[in-house]
Design a protein around this ligand. Structure first.
Ligand SMILES: CCCCCCCC/C=C\CCCCCCCC(=O)N[C@@H](Cc1ccc(O)cc1)C(=O)O
Ligand SMILES: [Zn+2]
Ligand SMILES: [Zn+2]
Length: 520
């Protein structure tokens, strides 16, 4: 009699555990389905108003010419050495080069061109329908310094071709966008294209020195004229392919915000004296201890509280389990994911306000007790922090009244631009990317560095930072580093991207998603 009882008991146990497993699996699947955004539904399926775009077919002769022009641009060393020192001869040379390289842009009756602050350029391309709010494409002329002896495979201003890549300072940052925009406009004008929606092109000459002369004066000119923009597109984010571990396939990250920034000077002053009678603590020692405290106590993880949350929610479906599940449920797992992401410098930048000690100066002679020790700290502010919170944190962490703390400059994180179905700029950029690269995942991203576009925030509520530059493993280090390069194919893709983007902007409004559409 005992056997059937055991059998029934076993049967019940198996049934209950199967039910529990099934329920858990269903819950998991539901959680993944409900919380993971399917980023490719919506507008992709909607009908776009206008589909008779001119397509750009580049023949071999044009290919050689456009590459020659690009190389010539890279060969002009438009270096910003510091906030106050730049190669003005090269900037002048760049001006003459642009006029020669893009004759149609500079002669078309549709294009108004002006020099701003001597070396920056502002183009206004007239639209046939003045009611359509114009947009602005930004890029910058200047580049950061580069020394061949740092380990370049080719001289940084030679634009040498190696294995179908063009090597040189500025190939990614930012002459590919600058030349891509103007080349696209040149081709459109040659093909007789007259845009419906007017637009501006702004080329700053000192972005690498914070844009105080170039971008800020372009903003001044545009403000004086009462210009309002529907959106702005600048450098910043890119297509990442194999850069984010675990992500299946490439993703285009469109920057919808950028981190804030603070430059803080720490200094300690003491009476100088003979090194044979040192005080118990020197200015260098006190400052070094303060700096060490800042390095040992990073600002808290804020992963999940800022705009980076959207990036991971959009990308979740492209990860395998368990990451897919974790990213789809950030309400629960953001502290866990934050801990994983903070392990690498690139992903740590998305998790918190970062602290970088960038300069340290003290002492004049080996046998003199130094009177002054100074350090500069550069902080990049997470979108859930404010500049004031960062300053308070530094004060508390340094915790030593002998250390003077001065804010040299700083600003809050930039506002978060729209990226929903009704967001004109975001959807136009997304459509343009997906038409060219249908298998990409497009997601909103955060720009961890700063761009000229931040100076334009009063002119447009939507600012995007993106160009379809492909970053593969190891490429992120080329940015401001050695062996900066772009493939010839990728440069051509940039031209096609801007060529199509300008035409895609000519729609009156976005296709109707569900409800009403923003007036533009
Ligand atoms: C989840 C992981 C996603 C990884 C995506 C990475 C793709 C892009 C990789 C690198 C791009 C990061 C740089 C963005 C553009 C920054 C441009 C720049 O360098 N700006 C300067 C401006 C500046 C500020 C202060 C100065 O004294 C001079 C110049 C900057 O330092 O921010
Ligand atoms: Zn740049
Ligand atoms: Zn740069």
């Amino acid at each position: 009699m005992t056997e059937p009882k055991i059998k029934i008991w076993k049967f019940l146990k198996i049934t209950v555990s199967s039910l529990l497993i099934t329920a858990l699996a269903l819950f998991t699947a539901a959680a993944i389905r409900t919380l993971s955004l399917d980023v490719n539904v919506g507008l992709q399926l909607a009908r776009w108003e206008k589909s008779n775009n001119i397509s750009l077919v580049i023949d071999q002769h044009q290919r050689e010419e456009l590459l020659a022009r690009f190389k010539e641009a890279v060969r002009i060393p438009t270096v910003s050495f510091s906030d106050t020192e730049s190669n003005t001869t090269a900037l002048r040379q760049f001006d003459s080069f642009l006029r020669k390289a893009f004759p149609k842009v500079f002669s078309s009756s549709l294009v108004h061109h002006e020099l701003v602050a001597n070396y920056s350029h502002l183009f206004r391309v007239q639209g046939s329908q003045p009611k359509l709010v114009p947009y602005l494409l930004l890029a910058h002329i200047d580049v950061v310094p580069a020394k061949e002896s740092d380990g370049w495979e080719a001289p940084p201003f030679a634009a040498k071709e190696i294995d179908d890549f063009i090597y040189g300072r500025g190939t990614i940052d930012d002459k590919c966008s600058l030349m891509g925009i103007l080349q696209a406009l040149e081709y459109l004008l040659i093909r007789g294209y007259a845009p419906r929606r007017g637009f501006y092109i702004g080329l700053g000459h000192d972005e690498e020195a914070r844009g105080f002369n170039g971008a800020m004066n372009i903003v001044r000119v545009m403000k004086e004229r009462g210009v309002k923009l529907s959106f702005i597109l600048d450098e910043g984010m890119a297509v990442v392919d194999g850069v984010i571990s675990g992500l299946d396939g490439p993703a285009a990250l469109i920057g919808i915000s950028e981190k804030g920034s603070a430059n803080v000077k720490l200094s300690v002053s003491m009476a100088p004296g003979h090194s044979s009678m040192p005080p118990r603590e020197s200015s260098i020692g006190i400052l070094a201890a303060a700096v060490k405290r800042l390095e040992d106590n990073p600002m808290p993880r804020l992963f999940g509280y800022g705009a980076e949350r959207e990036t991971f929610e959009h990308l979740a479906h492209k990860f395998g389990l368990p990451l897919k599940f974790i990213m789809s449920n950030l309400w629960l797992f953001s502290p866990l994911l934050g801990r994983v992401l903070e392990r690498k410098p690139l992903t740590n930048a998305f998790v918190r306000t970062t602290t970088a000690v960038t300069m340290f100066n003290a002492g004049v002679k080996v046998n003199i007790i130094p009177s002054l020790a100074e350090a500069h700290v550069n902080l990049r502010i997470h979108s859930a922090h404010s500049l004031q919170e960062v300053l308070d944190f530094i004060q508390d962490t340094v915790g030593d009244e002998r250390v003077k703390i001065e804010l040299i400059d700083g600003f809050d994180p930039l506002p978060i631009s729209s990226s929903d179905e009704q967001s004109f700029g975001f959807q136009i950029i997304k459509k343009t990317v997906l038409d060219m690269f249908p298998t990409l995942t497009v997601a909103p991203g955060i720009c961890i560095g700063n761009t000229d576009s931040r100076h334009f925030k009063d002119l447009a509520s939507d600012i995007y930072r993106f160009a379809p530059v492909w970053f593969k493993p190891g490429d992120v280090q080329r940015f401001h580093g050695i062996n900066e390069r772009i493939s010839k194919k990728n440069y051509e893709e940039l031209i096609v991207f801007y060529f199509n983007l300008i035409q895609n902007c000519d729609i009156q409004k976005l296709p109707e998603p569900h409800t009403s559409v923003h007036e533009l």
